[in-house]
Design a protein around this ligand. Structure first.
Ligand SMILES: [Zn+2]
Ligand SMILES: [Zn+2]
Length: 212
């Protein structure tokens, strides 16, 4: 678990008390994102009118949900983050979650009805958690791994790695898990990263990265 406090601070393995305190201290115009693994998170945004937005995502972009923000109190936010921290199934049933749809149709939705997504950013034409572009940028700095005493250049996302549907269309060549473009390095931990030592999947192969 990782708690991102408005992109200014990151807490690894936060406790219940940490999370509750950060929700209480969340200033207007700030966001909090609690992530269990890439694409799996709950997030809130403290709007300038004092209300909170609450969203959760379970992997794919179609599994992204929000609750109508006028009904959300700070206690709801605390409860939702606590439930996510425990990975409780109650999170999905405690509020009237509405699936968010992204893409061109978003612009056509009536302002009143649309669920705003301020804590999300567009990157490579894809909406993602606000802290993810930084992870992608950081990943580009890591150019090689030392494995079993050998320095090996990391393998970049290649055109062939993209799924058929992603290969055509506007998201052409993007890694479907971590969202990097063709010829970019994957975010470490991405299951599509190839091992430079055995050419298998790095998350599955038995090669080890030396810690120096
Ligand atoms: Zn990837
Ligand atoms: Zn390997």
């Amino acid at each position: 678990m990782r708690l991102n406090i408005n992109d200014g601070e990151h807490l690894e393995s936060p406790t219940d008390a940490d999370v509750e305190m950060r929700v209480e201290q969340l200033a207007v115009d700030q966001f909090l994102v609690l992530t269990s693994q890439p694409g799996h998170f709950v997030q809130t945004y403290h709007k300038s009118d004092g209300c909170f937005e609450l969203e959760r995502r379970q992997g794919a972009s179609q599994d992204h949900y929000a609750v109508k923000s006028s009904t959300i109190t700070i206690d709801d936010v605390k409860k939702a983050f606590a439930l996510f921290l425990r990975q409780s199934a109650e999170l999905a049933t405690s509020w009237n979650w509405q699936q968010l749809s992204f893409g061109p149709e978003v612009d056509l939705v009536d302002e009143e009805q649309s669920v705003s997504s301020d804590a999300l950013v567009e990157y490579h034409g894809v909406l993602m958690s606000a802290d993810w572009p930084q992870e992608i940028e950081d990943a580009q700095e890591l150019r090689d791994y030392v494995m079993h005493g050998q320095r090996l250049g990391r393998v970049v996302q290649s055109e062939q790695d993209a799924s058929d549907e992603a290969a055509s269309g506007e998201h052409s060549g993007l890694c479907q898990e971590c969202g990097v473009r063709t010829a970019q390095f994957h975010v470490p931990g991405c299951r599509y990263e190839q091992c430079p030592r055995c050419q298998g999947k790095l998350v599955e192969c038995s090669c080890e990265i030396d810690i120096d």
